[in-house]
Design a protein around this ligand. Structure first.
Ligand SMILES: Nc1ncnc2c1ncn2[C@@H]1O[C@H](COP(=O)(O)OP(=O)(O)OP(=O)(O)O)[C@@H](O)[C@H]1O
Length: 320
């Protein structure tokens, strides 16, 4: 869907991006991760031609974007800016309607779409006539997302989309973001310097350093098969929390004690969160819990069995 081939960009003597190449598959969420100044935003802005590369090619949907009119290209790509970037003198409705207006949508179509998005993004209706400074940070963030989604673009670029939020608001918006059906249809490139956020949201992570790609892979590949010391050390401080994020009960299944499956009617009453190792470990502290794998088979386990399986899995991954 999106392909970068040998793309470079310098600003004066600063080589911001050096010969990078990667592909983003359709409906995939690729997260560009790295410390401040490693070239993430420059890379993202080259995908919608807010910055022009010095060398290399960027192909979207089979077309080299250099041959496209930048305005038209940008209308087909949703963009959530760093620090949200709402227009202060436009109310919420006008902020969301910027691109529909450029595309000359009629008022009915625009209003229908805005109403739909406001509902999906859990914004109160009365927000529509308010100005950005009258909204909370979380609400502004949602308006920024609504603006990027309004024309239902196939590609969405997001630059630190949750960066301006406190931790609590941030994790609740991240959870809503993950659950939003509309986003599951999109090819997304997202920038963050937050490792936890990358692991929470990415299908694959592109770890960058000094304008170069250090490693591209799934969160699990980065955790268990880092390509070099930089990649290993980048995750080291938060390794345990990241393992809890990526390991699912399904991964632990063969390390959990063998048991008979529960009867169907009992299985139906189970909470789906028990698929998640992190959630299980929180709940199992108070006794036994029932967990499920992707075939919907169930086991009843206690804390010791869960932590034992977790350690065995880690050992197995470290030695495979
Ligand atoms: N317009 C510009 N003019 C000059 N230098 C720039 C410009 N934009 C970026 N740079 C430099 O290019 C390098 C990469 O910047 P970039 O913003 O892409 O990094 P980043 O990884 O997104 O960082 P951050 O997370 O802090 O936004 C930095 O050294 C930065 O100072």
């Amino acid at each position: 869907m999106i392909e970068l081939k040998g793309v470079s960009k310098s600003f004066g003597h600063t080589q911001a991006v050096k010969q990078i190449s990667f592909k983003v598959n359709e409906k995939e969420n690729l997260v560009l991760l790295g410390t401040s100044g490693c070239g993430k935003t420059t890379t993202l802005k080259m995908i919608n031609r807010l910055i022009e590369p010095d060398a290399g090619e960027i192909i979207i949907g089979g077309q080299n974007i250099t041959h496209q009119n930048p305005e038209i290209l940008r209308r087909g790509i949703g963009y959530v800016m760093q620090n949200i970037g709402l227009f202060p003198h436009y109310n919420v409705s006008e902020n969301i309607a910027v691109v529909p207006k450029l595309l000359k949508w009629d008022a009915i179509k625009t209003n229908q779409r805005i109403t739909e998005l406001v509902e999906k993004l859990h914004l109160p209706k009365q927000c529509l006539t308010m100005f950005p400074h009258e909204l909370s940070g979380g609400q502004q963030q949602r308006v920024g997302l609504a603006r990027a989604l309004v024309t239902d673009p196939a590609v969405l670029l997001m630059d630190e989309p949750f960066g301006a939020l406190d931790n609590v608001t941030r994790s609740s918006i991240q959870a809503e973001f993950k659950a939003l059906e509309e986003l599951k249809r999109k090819t997304i490139v997202m920038v963050t310097h937050d490792v936890q956020e990358a692991f929470e949201l990415a299908d694959r992570i592109c770890l960058m350093d000094k304008g170069e790609i250090v490693q591209i892979g799934t969160p699990k590949e980065l955790l268990y098969h880092p390509t070099n010391d930089f990649a290993r050390k980048f995750l080291d401080g938060q390794r345990l929390a990241l393992e809890f994020k990526v390991i699912k009960i399904n991964d632990l299944w063969d390390f959990l004690p063998k048991q008979q499956s529960l009867e169907t009617e009992k299985a139906d009453q189970l909470n789906p969160s028990i698929w998640d190792a992190m959630e299980s470990i929180r709940k199992v502290e108070s006794g036994k819990i029932q967990v499920a794998n992707i075939q919907s088979e169930h086991k009843t386990i206690d804390f010791q069995q869960l932590t034992q399986a977790f350690n065995q899995y880690k050992y197995h991954k470290a030695h495979e």
